[in-house]
Design a protein around this ligand. Structure first.
Ligand code: SF4
Length: 165
């Protein structure tokens, strides 16, 4: 069973996208290799910021951290989402736990040349801890949560799994 230190960025992303997705992922159901969306995400990672070395924090893996201790994340999507912000917050939380005074997250969207910057405030820290607790609570559920509405599932790599009866 997953514990606090095992919670990584992908868990937080799935938490915000769909609790069922998180539960399926935690139970070893991984259809991502079939998804062109994920492949595109990997391609963007490969080509956009090649000179930066990813930072590995155990379960959490962020793209890079700059000299002012801002976390940078490169996103394959065109538009910011609450999940992106939550991931950035989570990486700041992880960095603080290992003694690095993370200041916040800068999210890069190469497709639309946008960036968003979020400071790691005390409120953000509280939310990061609440998110980890929520991941653990969903992991402990005996059955998978209900599906989202069909329209909310568009583009999800688990669509075939959830909607093929
Ligand atoms: S297909 Fe829909 S219900 Fe299933 S994991 Fe994806 S978003 Fe959730």
């Amino acid at each position: 069973m997953i514990d606090t230190e095992d919670v990584g960025g992908v868990h937080i992303k799935y938490l915000y996208h769909c609790p069922r997705q998180l539960w399926l992922y935690l139970h070893g159901i991984r259809p991502e290799h079939l998804s062109t969306t994920v492949q595109l995400g990997e391609a963007v990672h490969d080509t956009s910021y090649t000179r930066n070395t990813p930072v590995d924090l155990g379960a959490a893996r962020l793209d890079f951290i700059d000299g002012s201790h801002w976390v940078h994340e490169v996103k394959s999507s065109a538009r910011p989402s609450p999940a992106d912000q939550a991931q950035g917050r989570h990486y700041c939380h992880r960095l603080r736990r290992v003694g690095i005074d993370a200041q916040g997250a800068v999210l890069h969207y190469p497709k639309t040349r946008r960036t968003q910057r979020f400071s790691y405030t005390p409120e953000a820290e509280n939310q990061a801890e609440a998110d980890i607790a929520e991941v653990l609570a969903i992991a402990a559920q005996p059955n998978s949560p209900e599906r989202l509405t069909r329209s909310a599932c568009r583009g999800c790599s688990y669509t075939d799994y959830c909607w093929t009866e």
